[in-house]
Design a protein around this ligand. Structure first.
Ligand SMILES: CC(C)(COP(=O)(O)OP(=O)(O)OC[C@H]1O[C@@H](n2cnc3c(N)ncnc32)[C@H](O)[C@@H]1OP(=O)(O)O)[C@@H](O)C(=O)NCCC(=O)NCCS
Length: 314
């Protein structure tokens, strides 16, 4: 097990991570910047597993500070191309559990992708229980026709609702913009189906994270009713492949739901992404979330799924 500290260590980490998650590759600079912004109060341990001079996997364990349980840890194993069998994955998870235990973990959780079925087998053999299932779906924008959606979203915007990019939102609200956007995100995340209840991230941590590896704010949208932010959709640009995006949070304040706002935000943002040359957008939702049905109506198709697994540590 080797610790991760130098830039060349991070290059190896990113190679392992991108091999494990080919649908959402990341750059070394951004990965290092996120790591740098990690809140100093939150325990984390990162290691590279090496055998016979080959990098096998990147192991990262981190206290799940977005949940109410101090003993809950994320324990993730990102294997590279040299690991494909259940026994090897099980042994890497055993190491991750030990790393988490040393930091005070009482429960470890992780997500297993269906495109690597040996992960679920390895986790089940170690006594992990399956929980939430999130289909990951993809839309091919070359086949997306915005026209029928324009007819649907026009009345939403003509009715007075505005859709601003974050840049426009910042110009309008100046110094208040970051705090307003954080408040909106925290309120909306509380309604996203997650394996554990959501705990608010302090504004300072949220801001440091955003500033460390800034997102392309022209692809983050806010729905405004007068001066009140009431919803958002966020397309995350991919810095490795400019034809690829990920649709992260889309959400609408409770009292504004079922008025077509999510459909308007999503379809308009996809129309803009298509016009900018983006070819594919990925997203994931909890399987029973109404968002999944809206995604399918837009043209997203499930490509694989992720299952959350957890086990208590003895
Ligand atoms: C999912 C969510 C964003 C939908 O927002 P919304 O603005 O109410 O959605 P829309 O009004 O545009 O609905 C579009 C279509 O989605 C479907 N839909 C939306 N909410 C639904 C619900 N609660 N039950 C069943 N279908 C629903 C319907 O087909 C709807 O069309 P219709 O109203 O003509 O029947 C909203 O419920 C939300 O914020 N949930 C919490 C956050 C979340 O889970 N976000 C997704 C994970 S990132």
């Amino acid at each position: 097990m080797q610790p991760v500290s130098t830039r060349s260590d991070w290059e190896r980490v990113v190679a392992l991570r991108n091999s494990f998650r080919p649908h959402g590759p990341s750059t070394v600079d951004r990965t290092m910047a996120y790591a740098e912004a990690h809140p100093s109060r939150v325990p984390i341990d990162r290691r590279i597993a090496v055998a016979d001079g080959e990098d096998l996997a990147y192991l990262v364990v981190c206290q799940a500070y977005w949940t109410p349980e101090p003993g809950r840890f994320d324990g993730d194993v990102f294997t590279g191309p040299h690991v494909s069998d259940k026994a090897a994955i099980s042994s890497l998870y055993e190491t991750a559990e030990r790393m988490a235990s040393e930091l005070g973990a009482t429960v470890v959780e992780t997500w297993a992708p269906s495109y690597r079925p040996e992960y679920a087998l390895a986790l089940e053999s170690r006594g992990y229980r399956p929980g939430q299932r999130n289909p990951e779906s993809m839309i091919d924008l070359t086949a997306f026709d915005p026209e029928p959606w324009r007819q649907k979203y026009a009345p939403v915007f003509e009715g007075g609702l505005e859709m601003l990019t974050f840049d426009e939102f910042e110009q309008r609200f100046g110094e208040e913009a970051d705090r307003m956007f954080w408040r909106l995100e925290m309120d909306l995340f509380a309604d996203v189906p997650l394996p554990s209840p959501w705990v608010e991230i302090p504004f300072e941590d949220w801001l440091r994270d955003r500033q460390a590896a800034p997102l392309a704010t022209e692809w983050m949208f806010v729905a405004l009713d007068g001066d009140r932010p009431v919803g958002t959709t966020q397309l995350i640009k991919n810095w490795v492949d400019s034809t690829l995006m990920h649709n992260a949070l889309t959400a609408v304040r409770r009292e504004y739901r079922r008025r077509g706002i999510a459909a308007a935000l999503k379809s308009r943002s996809l129309e803009l992404a298509k016009a900018a040359g983006v070819l594919r957008v990925y997203t994931d939702n909890e399987e029973n979330n109404p968002m999944f049905g809206l995604n399918v109506a837009l043209g997203y198709r499930e490509v694989h799924h992720w299952v959350q697994y957890e086990r208590p540590l003895a």
